[in-house]
Design a protein around this ligand. Structure first.
Ligand code: NAI
Ligand code: AKG
Length: 428
C-alpha cells in the first residue's frame, strides 16, 4: 500500500485549484496556503530500561480566524511536519464545513506507540504537553486523539495541562475518557458521521442502502464504527475491512462474501486496529493482500486508514460497480486519482466533510466541559446527525449550483466561511 510522499503539497494543490476557481485574492491565498504557527520540539523520555530516548514532536496551528485551533495528535512512525501541516489545514476546512466555531490545528510525534510500554506512553504524552502547554488551551488550541492515540492518552494530557496551569481544565483536550471529562458518543462519532453522510448521498443517488455493499480500508476507530453503522443503521453489507499487520509489516484485507461482522472482528482486534488473522481465518474469513479492498465489486468504497491510498496507481483498480467513495480518512485520495474519479462519474463525499463527525462531537465535548453538564448519548448522536446532514446538503447544494466536483464544492463552502471570518476580524 503506497502512501502519498507529501500530504502538504497535496493539500496545497487542492486549495490552489479552488482558489483559482474562486479567483481568490493572492494575499488571501498566501495567508491560507500556509499555517499561521508551527511548533517543533524534542521530548526526552526516561525509558523502562533506564535509557533516555528523545522523540520529535510537532504542533501546527493553521488558522484560528473562526475560533480556537482544533485537531488531533497523531503518534505514527512515518509522521513528518508536512503531514501535520496538511492535517492542520484540512482541520480548518473541516470545522468550517461542519459549521462549528473552531479553527484548524494538528499535532504529531514520530513513534510507533505499540513499541512503548504503558509507562513510557504516559511519559511521552505528559512530555508532549510540557513542551506545548503555554501555546494551547481551551481558548486557543484544543488537541484530541487521532491515529495512534486514544482516550487514555488524552486523559493523561489533560491532567498534565491541569497540573502545569494550576487549574482543572478539561476543555483543553477532547476525546477524553468517559468519567474523565469525555463525551458520550465521541468514540462512535467519526464512523457514525461517515454513515450519516453516506445515507444522505445514497438518497441523492437514489440508491437503496439495504441493497448496497461496501469495502472498507482500515479497522481502527473510524472504520470500526463506519462498518457497525453501515450494517446496523443502514442495513447494508460490508464485504471486507483491511489493516496493517505489525508482525508481518504489511497490510491485509479481511473478507467475507456474505458480509463481515465488525462486532466480532473488534473482539480480535488490538487497540491499534490490527486484526488477529489466525482467529479471523478460523472464523471463516478470507485473508487477502492489502490492496484487495479497493478491487472489490461493491457499491461503496470507504477508505478509512491513511492519506494517499487512492492514487494514480490504485485508482485504476476500482471496480466499475463502485458508485460512491466516502472518505473516512484524511486525504486518502490524491489529485491525480481525483481526475480519474471525476471522469468515471463516481460520487465522492470528501474527507473533511465525511469525517467531520469526530471534531463535531469534540466540539460538543468542549461545550459540555464548559457547562459542566453532560448530555446523554442519544442527545449527542442526534445533534451530530443534524450537523452532518446540514453540512452534507450545504456542500451538495454548492456542487449543484456551481456544477463542480464535491471536493471543490466543500472547499468553496469552507474557504468562504474562513475568509469572511478573517474579514470580520479586520485581518484582511
Ligand atoms: N479518530 C478520529 O476521530 C478521526 C480520524 N480521522 C482520520 O481517519 C483515519 C483513521 O483514523 P483512526 O481510525 O482514528 O486510526 P486508528 O489508528 O484507530 O486506525 C487506523 C487503521 O488503519 C490501519 N492502517 C494503518 N496503516 C495501514 C496501512 N499501511 N495499510 C493498511 N491499513 C493500515 C490500521 O491497522 C488501523 O486498522 C486517519 O486518516 C485519521 O486522521 C479523521 C477524523 C477523525
Ligand atoms: O476531535 C478532534 O478535535 C479532531 C479530530 C481530528 O483530528 C480529525 O478530524 O482529523
Amino acid at each position: 500500500m503506497t502512501v502519498n510522499p507529501n500530504a502538504f503539497e497535496m493539500a496545497q494543490q487542492q486549495f490552489d485549484h479552488v482558489a483559482e476557481m474562486l479567483n481568490l485574492d493572492p494575499q488571501v491565498r498566501e495567508m491560507l496556503r500556509w499555517p499561521m504557527r508551527e511548533y517543533h520540539f524534542r521530548i526526552p523520555v526516561h525509558m523502562d530500561d533506564g535509557t533516555i530516548r528523545v522523540f520529535e514532536g510537532f504542533r501546527v496551528q493553521h488558522n484560528d480566524a473562526r475560533g480556537p485551533n482544533k485537531g488531533g495528535i497523531r503518534f505514527h512512525p512515518a509522521e513528518t511536519i508536512d503531514t501535520v501541516r496538511a492535517l492542520a489545514m484540512w482541520m480548518t476546512w473541516k470545522c468550517a464545513v461542519a459549521d462549528i466555531p473552531l479553527g484548524g490545528g494538528k499535532g504529531g510525534v514520530v513513534i510507533d506507540p505499540a513499541t512503548l510500554s504503558v509507562t513510557e506512553k504516559e511519559k511521552l504524552c505528559r512530555g508532549f504537553i510540557q513542551r506545548i502547554w503555554k501555546d494551547i488551551g481551551p481558548r486557543n488550541d484544543v488537541p484530541a486523539p487521532d491515529v495512534g492515540t486514544n482516550p487514555q492518552m488524552m486523559g493523561w494530557m489533560m491532567d498534565e495541562y491541569s497540573k502545569l496551569s494550576g487549574q482543572f481544565t478539561p476543555g483543553v483536550i477532547t476525546g477524553k475518557p468517559l468519567g474523565g471529562g469525555g463525551s458520550l458518543g465521541r468514540t462512535e462519532a467519526t464512523g457514525f458521521g461517515v454513515v450519516y453522510t453516506i445515507r444522505e448521498a445514497l438518497k441523492h443517488l437514489k440508491m437503496d442502502p439495504a441493497r448496497c455493499t461496501a469495502a472498507i480500508q482500515g479497522f481502527g476507530n473510524v472504520s470500526q464504527y463506519a462498518a457497525i453503522g453501515f450494517i446496523e443503521q443502514l442495513k447494508g453489507k460490508v464485504v471486507c475491512v483491511s489493516y496493517w499487520d505489525r508482525d508481518d509489516r504489511i497490510g491485509y484485507t479481511v473478507s467475507k462474501t456474505d458480509g463481515v461482522d465488525p462486532n466480532f472482528l473488534k473482539t480480535i482486534t488490538d487497540q491499534y486496529g490490527s486484526i488477529d488473522k489466525a482467529k479471523a481465518k478460523a472464523a471463516g474469513y478470507v485473508i487477502e493482500d492489502a490492496n484487495a479492498w479497493i478491487t472489490k465489486e461493491v457499491d461503496i468504497l470507504i477508505p478509512a486508514a491513511l492519506e494517499g491510498q487512492i492514487n494514480a496507481e490504485t485508482v485504476r483498480q476500482i471496480n466499475p460497480r463502485v458508485k460512491l467513495i466516502a472518505e473516512g480518512a484524511n486525504g486518502p485520495t490524491t489529485p491525480e486519482a481525483d481526475e480519474e474519479i471525476k471522469k468515471r462519474g463516481i460520487f465522492i463525499i470528501p474527507d473533511f466533510l465525511c469525517n467531520a463527525g469526530g471534531v463535531t462531537v469534540s466540539y460538543f465535548e468542549g461545550v459540555q466541559n464548559d457547562m459542566n453538564f453532560y448530555w446523554t448519548k442519544d442527545e449527542v448522536l442526534e445533534k451530530l446527525d443534524t450537523k452532518m446532514t446540514q453540512a452534507f446538503h450545504a456542500v451538495l447544494e454548492m456542487s449543484e449550483k456551481e456544477n463542480v466536483y464535491m471536493r471543490d464544492a466543500a472547499y468553496m463552502v469552507a474557504i468562504d466561511k474562513v475568509v469572511k471570518a478573517m474579514q470580520l476580524r479586520g485581518w484582511l
